[in-house]
Design a protein around this ligand. Structure first.
Ligand SMILES: Nc1ncnc2c1ncn2[C@@H]1O[C@H](COP(=O)(O)OP(=O)(O)OP(=O)(O)O)[C@@H](O)[C@H]1O
Length: 117
């Protein structure tokens, strides 16, 4: 298959993110959390390094959510019926998002702490 032009593959990636925004509830919640963080970054006038740390953890959660959804979709195509192996794959992929979400909460507390107190 011929490789699409750069602008075409970039647009395909954007369409993927738009699909996630329209279809995935967890992704919508994580985007809402990103908005809150952007507000807090501006409100507390975070330093460039603290801003970078907050944005990195926010986008790490969002990116993992996309990968988790892709794994779920592939699993649903491969095995629509109940399968113990699919359960392990889906639960593990969801676990990756959970670990990063917990990490992001701790990072948020560490960063915002000095601006609040
Ligand atoms: N084919 C299957 N075989 C075994 N267990 C499954 C299967 N499909 C889903 N499950 C179980 O149901 C859970 C939820 O799977 P589902 O595909 O509905 O994802 P979801 O509700 O979108 O989850 P998430 O909140 O992680 O995005 C999985 O983590 C897994 O434990």
């Amino acid at each position: 298959m011929k490789k699409p032009a750069f602008h075409k593959s970039l647009w395909n990636s954007v369409k993927g993110v738009i699909w996630m925004l329209k279809s995935e509830r967890n992704f919508q919640i994580e985007i809402f959390a990103l908005m809150i963080n952007i507000f807090l970054i501006v409100y507390f006038r975070l330093s460039p390094i603290d801003t970078a740390i907050i944005l990195i953890v926010c986008f790490a959660v969002l990116s993992l959510e996309i990968v988790n959804t892709c794994i779920e979709k592939i699993c649903d195509i491969i095995q629509p019926e109940f399968d113990e192996r699919i359960k392990i794959i889906k639960d593990s992929a969801a676990g990756a998002v959970l670990l990063m979400a917990i990490t992001s909460i701790f990072v948020g507390i560490l960063v915002y702490w000095k601006y609040i107190f």
